[in-house]
Design a protein around this ligand. Structure first.
Ligand code: SAM
Length: 323
């Protein structure tokens, strides 16, 4: 499926819940009350119905996300259904890792091929301040994921000046030690939270320049790994593979966008950085709507680029959209 700007759209990110067991500074506004009703969450069968329609149209990459996807009781059933899709190339899971220790082997057996592990700090106090969680459990999850042999495991760190910039060396050391890439991601204006202030914004360019000045960054021959927009280098001093996701500052960020998002409450969202969504839930439940037609329409409506730099104001928080 090719959109109006010539981009091949073959990647569906599926949020299975808006609930989370962490409270990240940039994701959930304090006192958030907008949780979806349980009954409004798509069932496993509804999710798989949408995914099968997408696969028939040529979608080859799928990612489970949330909220925190590991909170969903039937996650393994959903993963197994996605794992069985014909011609699927990738089935990823984005997780904070708190439950990964217990679930890694079952997720791998269900067909999940790659894990994106959110890790904004290695220091327990800094990690707790950002997320409310326990980094030791996350590190156990990381090691469990590595032990069961996922095809790819990546660390994701959202950059915040004055909050976790001092953690960058420790994250690089961890990435080098565990031989996994670490990606630095720019803070996006996705939820109305206190941390979304210009003084907390730290661009990937600034971090890239710092690392380049320190020990040098070597461009990897295949500068893009996986299905996303990160560009990769080797950090010579630590040996770590490091990726940069300039969601706000990279002018060409959307040129290679290949995604649609399915929210936990059944909306198709063509672009993370624009509010437009199309409701699939009623169609799915009435049995009247054509999922394929809805996906085609979402692709046709996919904008050329996001509005983060111009006129975007946070509405639905990231936890409800799906990361
Ligand atoms: N709970 C899972 C996790 O922690 O990966 C999946 C959902 S989470 C919303 C997915 C990713 O979105 C995480 O890596 C998180 O750090 C990132 N994220 C959330 N809000 C963000 C924001 N305002 N700017 C940049 N990244 C954000």
């Amino acid at each position: 499926m090719v959109d109006s700007y010539g981009r091949v759209i073959d990647y569906l990110r599926i949020s299975v819940t808006d609930r989370c067991n962490e409270r990240c500074l940039y994701c959930l506004p304090e006192g958030y009350k907008g949780w979806a009703q349980k009954a409004d969450h798509l069932t496993a069968e509804e999710i798989l119905h949408v995914a099968r329609a997408a696969a028939q149209m040529g979608f080859r990459k799928f990612r489970l996300t949330g909220g925190e996807p590991t909170l969903r009781g039937d996650l393994l059933e959903i993963a197994a259904g996605l794992g069985a899709l014909p011609d699927r190339e990738m089935l990823g899971l984005s997780t904070n890792g708190l439950r990964l220790d217990r679930m890694a082997a079952d997720l791998r057996a269900a067909g999940v091929t790659s894990i994106n592990l959110s890790l904004d700090a290695v220091d327990p106090a800094v990690y707790r301040r950002i997320t409310g969680g326990d980094v030791r459990a996350v590190l156990r999850g990381l090691d469990a994921a590595l032990a069961v042999g996922f095809r790819q495991v990546k660390l994701n760190c959202v950059l915040m000046r004055h909050v976790n910039e001092q953690e960058i060396p420790a994250l690089l050391a961890l990435a080098a030690d565990r031989r996994v890439p670490v990606r630095f991601i720019e803070l996006m204006p996705l939820s109305r939270t206190d941390v979304l202030q210009p003084e907390n914004f730290l661009s990937v360019e600034e971090v890239r320049d710092r690392l380049a000045a320190e020990g040098g960054l070597e461009t990897l021959p295949d500068a893009r790994l996986g299905a996303g927009p990160a560009r990769y280098f080797r950090h010579r001093a630590s040996g770590a593979v490091v990726g940069f996701i300039g969601a706000l500052t990279a002018e060409d960020f959307c040129v290679t966008c290949n995604k649609l998002r399915l929210t936990a409450d059944g909306k198709i969202r063509p672009c993370l950085g624009r509010h437009q969504e199309m409701d699939l839930l009623a169609d799915l439940r009435s049995g009247r709507g054509e999922v394929r037609a809805a996906l085609e329409e979402a692709i046709a409506r996919k904008p050329e680029d996001h509005e983060f730099r111009t006129c975007y104001t946070p509405e639905r928080p990231m936890t409800a959209i799906g990361g």
